[in-house]
Design a protein around this ligand. Structure first.
Ligand SMILES: [Zn+2]
Ligand SMILES: [Zn+2]
Length: 301
């Protein structure tokens, strides 16, 4: 793929030919999780990178925000993952840390639920972070107002209960931790909790439990994000061998198949190394040299 370089590599920096190759084999990586995310993350990292994975002991990741609104997130997803990774390093002997963050939102155009999973690696020894990402419509993220056990049960079946758990909340605004019922994954528990809350209010809220260990669908997306992380870690800079030699910019202007004018389709991708700043343009990344006229503002204004 890199052989199509538009600008053949000028020796990119004045620093000479430094080798920034990162060795992962047999290093200890600590995962910052208390929701069993290691089940989704560890096998991929161990197989692909040869690291030894351990789980941070007594790590309270809920301090850094929860899905059930009782604790707000301190920063955006990437920053939160970095903070978690730093904390996990403080309480372990590892110099590699892994943290993961998920978010759920409605697609701005389609309106359907989306899950963005992020898995971040922090390398303290070599001072860098890289994250992998998975954006997927495969999520059971949902919530609903209910007033009977039957409605609660119907909702639960729709989201894949009991493999996937549900959460019950007295009202949408509540932040009182003691009145939120999480991890409900049996009919008995569901019945008991619904009746308890319905005695306090005629309408209550039910929603999917999005914590990884209660949500196998989310676990799958975390695995995908981990695979994306590995891809970036294995994509090495041709100049210095540093990780994450990835696309930083897409250049438009692929010529129109009909009239030859530049269109808004991608003509080249620009890759850049964070460590030595080496840059490479790769022509025709979509493996076509002309664009469909639908992207042409002359042929299809
Ligand atoms: Zn480099
Ligand atoms: Zn055209």
């Amino acid at each position: 793929m890199m052989s199509d370089a538009l600008t053949p590599s000028p020796s990119p920096n004045g620093r000479g030919e430094q080798d920034h190759r990162i060795e992962f084999t047999d290093r200890l990586a600590v995962i910052a999780t208390m929701h069993r995310k290691e089940l989704a993350i560890a096998p991929v990292l161990e197989t692909s990178l040869g690291v030894k994975v351990t789980v941070a002991q007594d790590f309270d990741s809920d301090r850094f925000g929860t899905f059930t609104r009782d604790i707000e997130r301190p920063a955006n997803q990437i920053e939160t993952a970095k903070i978690k990774a730093e904390k996990a390093l403080e309480i372990s002997d590892a110099d590699l840390a892994i943290a993961s963050e998920g978010s759920f939102f409605a697609h701005p155009i389609l309106g359907i639920a989306y899950n963005r999973e992020l898995v971040l690696l922090l390398d303290k020894k070599h001072d860098f972070t890289v994250y992998g990402e998975s954006l997927s419509a495969d999520t059971n993220f949902r919530h609903q107002e209910i007033s009977s056990y039957e409605q609660a049960y119907e909702f639960a079946l729709q989201i894949g209960f009991p493999d996937h758990a549900v959460v019950l909340i007295p009202d949408a605004q509540t932040s009182a931790k003691e009145s939120i019922y999480k991890g409900i994954n049996s009919e008995d528990l569901l019945k008991e909790s619904v009746h308890k809350l319905l005695r306090q209010a005629p309408q209550i809220y039910i929603e999917t439990d999005m914590r990884a260990l209660y949500n196998p669908t989310r676990m799958k997306n975390i695995t995908k994000a981990t695979e994306d992380l590995v891809r970036k870690l294995q994509q090495l800079c041709p100049n210095c061998n540093f990780v994450n030699f990835d696309v930083v910019k897409r250049i438009k202007g692929l010529p129109c198949e009909l009239c030859g004018l530049p269109t808004r389709a991608t003509r080249a991708n620009v890759y850049r190394c964070d460590r030595c700043q080496f840059q490479q343009e790769v022509l025709f990344p979509d493996e076509v040299q002309t664009a469909d006229p639908m992207y042409c503002s002359y042929c299809n204004p």
